[in-house]
Design a protein around this ligand. Structure first.
Ligand SMILES: [Fe+2]
Length: 370
């Protein structure tokens, strides 16, 4: 699809919604800034070259180095834009960075949803993403999901097409990322290594600042009530268990500039008014969609307190060249989760224990599953 065409998204009720272009507000790195950032990433990678792959990227010293090098040597205009976004966000709640450096030669897109090769083969993409995230906040990951990898791969997995999670390729309903988690991310970054073959997978977002104007006072009031529960993602609990967090409100904080936590696929309430308010919010958010087909070198940052995100469907070929994004999370204050992490680790311990594990260990569950 051409960037100039107006895309339409059809929801599961058959209604179509126009999608604005996230790239209108994109921050496009100048070529010399891209090369500057590539040099920063390579410098960090060289100093940490002896780190093995996987969880061994989980270390405070690496994060300190990323932040320090970015501040001292990174492109000033980019650091400024990231810091302003961190302080102020924006009406759509997303910041699209373009012309971001990635590695010249890429491994095949991982078939099982996780890249298990040497991180050094992706050193530019890996360290660029960590450098960006360390300006936005404190990097965090979750032991329940993808084994706590600091940077996770988002790629279509054969047989998982219909899943409402990162391994799927059908329409992904608008949601707050990990809204059920006590330390949910403030910022999500998605760095594209490869787009989908047909360039039709629109990454979608919608900001509460725009949607709020479409909600009457009564609806806003209902959405501030703690009457909603969110089902934990299957990527956390597997397929066999329905586990809910909450009750929580959908809107919190400033009445005129609230924070948002919602999931239009996995959120429920027993309250009929609450259901009506949730449906009104969904319509208001679908009315204000922005979207972008992520190309190689695009890095989309979602403000997870101000925007929901989703994705339109696409067809995977499982040929090693499928869509491949790399994802990482940041929280505003890592210290809030000190009791739930090992010293110097950025991986939050598991919040979920299966019913089988619970009965064996006779422990109180982190969340009820009634
Ligand atoms: Fe998501």
């Amino acid at each position: 699809m051409s960037m100039d065409e107006v895309a339409m998204v059809t929801d599961d009720e058959g209604r179509s919604w126009p999608v604005g272009q996230a790239q209108r507000a994109a921050f496009v790195l100048a070529d010399d800034d891209r090369e500057c950032l590539r040099a920063v990433a390579r410098g960090i990678a060289a100093r940490h070259a002896d780190r093995p792959s996987g969880l061994h990227l989980d270390d405070d010293d690496l994060m300190v180095d990323c932040k320090l090098r970015m501040l001292r040597e990174g492109p000033e205009a980019l650091v400024r834009a990231l810091t302003q976004f961190r302080y102020r966000s924006n009406p759509d709640g997303v910041l699209l960075l373009r012309n971001v450096p990635i590695d010249d030669v890429l491994p095949p897109t991982p078939e099982q949803g996780n890249y298990d090769g040497d991180w050094q083969r992706l050193e530019v993409a890996t360290m660029t993403q960590l450098a960006v995230m360390n300006i936005l906040g404190d990097v965090i990951s979750y032991a329940d999901e993808k084994a706590g990898r600091i940077i996770q791969d988002v790629a279509p997995v054969l047989g998982a097409e219909k899943r409402q999670e990162n391994t799927g390729s059908c329409f992904l309903e608008l949601h707050t990322e990990d809204g059920f988690h006590p330390q949910r991310p403030r910022f999500i970054s998605l760095l594209a290594l490869r787009p989908d073959h047909e360039r039709v997978a629109l990454t979608l977002a919608s900001g509460i600042r725009r949607a709020l104007a479409g909600l009457d006072g009564g609806t806003r009031e209902v959405l501030t009530q703690p009457i909603y529960r969110i089902r934990l993602a299957s990527s956390f609990v597997g397929d066999r268990e329905d586990v809910y967090a909450g009750p929580v409100p959908v809107l919190s904080g400033s009445p005129s500039d609230p924070e948002l936590c919602v999931d239009f696929h996995a959120m429920t309430t027993e309250d009929p008014e609450g259901r009506r308010a949730l449906a009104s919010l969904r319509r208001a958010m679908l009315t204000n969609l922005v979207g972008h087909v992520l190309e190689a070198g695009d890095l989309l940052i979602v403000d997870n307190d101000k925007a929901v995100h989703g994705r339109t469907g696409f067809a995977a070929r499982h040929d090693g060249r499928d869509r491949w994004l790399r994802r990482s999370f940041a929280v505003p204050d890592l210290r809030r989760s000190t009791a739930d992490r090992l010293p110097r680790s950025h991986v939050h311990r598991r919040i979920f224990k299966s019913r089988i594990d619970q009965s064996r260990a006779d422990r109180r569950p982190a969340y009820s599953n009634d």
